[in-house]
Design a protein around this ligand. Sequence first.
Ligand code: NPW
Ligand code: K
Length: 487
Amino acid sequence: MGFEREAMQRQALLTPDAMQAADRRTIAGGTPVGTLVARAARAIFRILRAHYTRRPVTILCGPGQNGEDGLMLAALLDEAGWPVTLNLLDAGVMDESDTSSGLMRLLSPTGTFRPEAGTLVVDALFGAGLNRPIEGEARLLIEKLEASDASVLAVDLPSGIDGRTGEVLGAAAKADITVSFHRAKPGHFLGEGRRLSGRLFIADIGIVPHHDDTSALHNDPALWKQSLAVADGDTHKYARGHVAVVGGPGLKGGAARLAARAASVSGAGAVTYLAPLSGAEFAASQFDAVMVKPLTGPEELRTLIDGTASAIVIGPGMGHGRLASECLSAALESGLPCVLDADALTLYEDTPHVLFGKLHERCILTPHEGEFSRLFPGLDGDRLSRAKKASARAGAMVLLKGSTTAIAGGILPVLNTNGSAALATAGSGDTLAGLIGGFMARGIAPEVAAAAAAWVHAEAAQGAGPGFNADQLAPRIAAVLERLASS
Ligand SMILES: NC(=O)C1=CN([C@@H]2O[C@H](COP(=O)(O)OP(=O)(O)OC[C@H]3O[C@@H](n4cnc5c(N)ncnc54)[C@H](OP(=O)(O)O)[C@@H]3O)[C@@H](O)[C@H]2O)[C@@H](O)CC1
Ligand SMILES: [K+]
């Protein structure tokens, strides 16, 4: 089972170009552009009033339709008795109806813009139509805004953020709230865009959806919750999936044990931890629910593969020796779903093409930034496009970890955005690898397993206090899965 179809439409991320195509399609379908602008302004008005008490509002309007949203909002706020000041970058944005509606009296020269604490500034300078770095007068306004203590509400995107990549073009001011339309844009979650967008609201303004528009999916349980349901009734442990976790020698075993613990709470029926004797003996003293087998060569792993293993997690704490590379080859030759993390990614960092030659479509590589840049040198751009290029190069799925995690190689790339600083802790990535392996062992498709695990893993760290560490993740993952199952 793949992602849930209807949810895919709702969770679509649209680049500004795709958004403009959707806009044109909707207009061609009979909705006048003025109606869309009016709906957009009413949506902003509603969200603005829900979050701010009446206070002075300055609206910065740019030369395009983003500015028109701002003008229309000015009229609504003015009518509702809010004190509004309008700063226009280009007076040409006003047409006859604006001048006759009395908006003229709200105008103030841009040179007088002095954002103050306790006031609200609406940033409607540029949105989807931004096509070059911001300079001159517009940049001055944004820099003043960025340096101020005023509250900021951005229309569509903080002006200066590239909606496709999240990159800052010239300058951009941090918004407390961003109101965008129809669907979120990748730039709301990538690069600086995530921090600068603040709290994101997406308003429905009656744009006609079309699957061709989707460039990526915004991860959400709606996409895969059904796939996580555990079958009721007659079953036995191996039918529910059996994860083989390949660990390393004695003192390095912690990472793989964390992976095994995560696999064991994933809903899979069984987990076997394989490690050289020193690591296996210690692991046996640590585990109750996880089976432990000593590893003297790749044969023990092959026996498990020929037996009941249904997925393999390999790399955390594994080391770089001959045994490690033989086990990695055995794992990949098996054709079983396979998660490669940590040492499995660095074993071949000098000859990545050798590794890529062994991978298949049920392999998921889970690098952090450092591992990624060593395994995929020379890839630049935003996180999403780098993950896509890496996946194409490797011929496998790539999950690039970070506060926004990008997953590429499935039917559509996925951005996971519920990550927090709590996850930046030793052992967190090993836990994620184990959870993905557990889901794949259950027969869940790789792209679904990767997306579900990224979300569940990040959700398990929500609300974590300063004493949080990766040892606490597995029980918290179990609790998240229980909540999902009963919701
Ligand atoms: N899509 C929808 O369904 C709906 C969209 N809606 C709204 O429309 C917005 C998109 O409108 P848009 O296409 O007019 O683009 P927008 O962001 O206003 O900017 C274009 C203008 O800026 C200029 N310009 C660009 N870069 C510049 C720079 N660096 N420095 C200086 N100038 C620069 C560019 O000039 P040019 O390149 O032609 O010289 C052009 O004049 C979208 O964000 C949303 O708010 C809603 O109304 C609801 C329905
Ligand atoms: K804007």
